[in-house]
Design a binder for this molecule. Structure first.
Ligand SMILES: NC(=O)c1ccc[n+]([C@@H]2O[C@H](COP(=O)([O-])OP(=O)(O)OC[C@H]3O[C@@H](n4cnc5c(N)ncnc54)[C@H](O)[C@@H]3O)[C@@H](O)[C@H]2O)c1
Length: 418
């Protein structure tokens, strides 16, 4: 729940595996006796042919549209969520083992003859070679390895991306590929939005947080010393490739941070989804691949549908941890306004406790600190502070600046020492 004003205050201050086997594809081709495909086989390289087959497979899976996104369910086991934005539509591919053959997915979306892969020094040893090898067979590939950390989500890192691109003489048709979590994705996406007034961008998110949230919606940007994500642009990717196997390397704390974002999606939008998470929390914490893939899919759909405003992750707290506390505060305020039943607040606290996420801000936070954080939040319009608050049954919210100030003041007092 966006409660983003609460979240940004906290953050600002605290500082079936989808192997599209070549042999399976070729036998499918011949068993279908597909004349057109046979012709392609004569004319094109086997790799290109496989790409076409994959594309057809993805197209066959389209099922329905609703509220701005179309769900494309699944050529088992890869799931594709198509974010339907007219000419800026793009697919989110979700599955296990996708990075073992990333070329099959990526090359269809890479424009031009050059790609710049941006990652960080923690992620590079894990995944960079796979992505480079997949792309370099077809195009010229350059890489940039940034230092790891939220503190490097700044203009200096963006300039490094520009430097690498200019040095490689990359033209307007080139593609920037982010391999990493929300930080790498935000930096690389913002650089792609600006370089030569905008070039192609692809995200391969490797944290649960970025898989359920930051890779969908097109928000890119960097931090300013005064606040999180104050500089940015909306720039939609050409595609997002989520390989759930990347999570095998992810520390638990990072995993549950992403879970907070998924719980948020259920809380504001889909009560049944919230209940599903309640009932499957143990499987998620145990990283059950099917449960994880479902949560990524459903969260991406919800994100695509409502473009939830995301916020920050400065300092010692992870983004999802701040999201968790922000949700509790917004639920509490909604309850004080008489907009929701107290049982919803309790259910929210319970699931967050069970996931071992925080439900109160750090004790050092004061009302003043919250208020100054809120003042620079992006949801202040014409001086009016607006919140996403819960209203009605579980799964419903409103984005409003119209509420009794006393409810906000009382909530802030209840969550701080002064
Ligand atoms: N653009 C958006 O819509 C949006 C939405 C939400 C959050 N965000 C931003 O995303 C950032 C938070 O993203 P995050 O939580 O992914 O943090 P992150 O990108 O900092 O990644 C967290 C840590 O995990 C490491 N890591 C990444 N993948 C790994 C893997 N597979 N195995 C092991 N370690 C791995 C990273 O190097 C880093 O140390 C914040 O800056 C936040 O503002 C953006």
């Amino acid at each position: 729940m966006a409660t983003n004003c609460f979240i940004s205050s906290i953050n600002n201050i605290r500082q079936n595996q989808y192997y599209y086997s070549p042999w399976a594809s070729v036998s499918l081709l011949f068993s279908n006796n597909d004349v057109q495909s046979r012709a392609m086989l004569k004319k094109k390289s086997p790799l290109r042919l496989l790409r076409c087959l994959l594309e057809n497979e993805v197209m066959r899976t389209a099922t329905h549209k609703s509220n701005g996104f179309s769900k494309i369910s699944t050529s088992n086991p890869m799931i594709t969520v198509n974010v339907d934005l007219g000419p800026r539509s793009y697919p989110v591919y979700i599955g296990s083992g996708l990075l073992d053959q990333p070329g099959l997915l990526l090359s269809r979306h890479v424009g031009g003859k050059q790609a710049l892969i941006v990652t960080n020094n923690k992620i590079a040893p894990l995944f960079l070679d796979k992505v480079v090898n997949a792309l370099k067979q077809e195009i010229s590939v350059h890489t940039l390895i940034l230092p790891d950390g939220e503190q490097f989500k700044n203009m200096e890192s963006v300039m490094k991306v520009f430097d690498a691109a200019i040095e490689a003489r990359m033209d307007r048709r080139c593609t920037f590929v982010a391999v990493g979590g929300g930080v790498v994705g935000d930096i690389c996406g913002y650089a792609a939005a600006s370089y030569l007034r905008g070039v192609n961008y692809i995200h391969i998110p490797t944290t649960f947080m970025s898989q359920v949230d930051s890779s969908v919606g097109g928000k890119t940007g960097v931090n300013h010393r005064v606040g999180k994500n104050l500089i940015g642009a909306i720039h939609q990717p050409k595609c997002v490739v989520v390989d759930t196997d990347t999570l095998n390397y992810l520390p638990n704390r990072e995993l549950v941070s992403g879970l907070a974002e998924a719980i948020k999606c259920g809380m504001v939008r889909d009560g049944e989804y919230f209940e599903w998470i309640e009932n499957n929390l143990e499987a998620l914490l145990a990283r059950d691949p099917k449960a994880i893939a479902y949560v990524i899919k459903r969260s991406c759909e919800i994100k695509a549908e409502i473009a939830i405003e995301a916020s920050c992750g400065y300092g010692n707290w992870l983004h999802g941890e701040a999201v968790a506390v922000g949700m509790v505060m917004a639920a509490e305020m909604s309850y004080r306004l008489g907009w929701i039943d107290g049982s919803i607040v309790n259910r929210l606290k319970n699931i967050l406790r069970r996931a071992k996420l925080p439900i109160t801000p750090p004790p050092t936070m004061t009302v003043e600190m919250f208020k100054s954080g809120m003042a620079v939040d992006k949801k202040v319009a014409d001086g009016l502070l607006r919140f996403v608050l819960l209203k009605g049954p579980l799964g419903s919210c409103v984005f409003t600046g119209s509420f009794e100030q006393k409810a906000l003041d009382d909530t802030l007092l209840a969550f701080t020492n002064s």
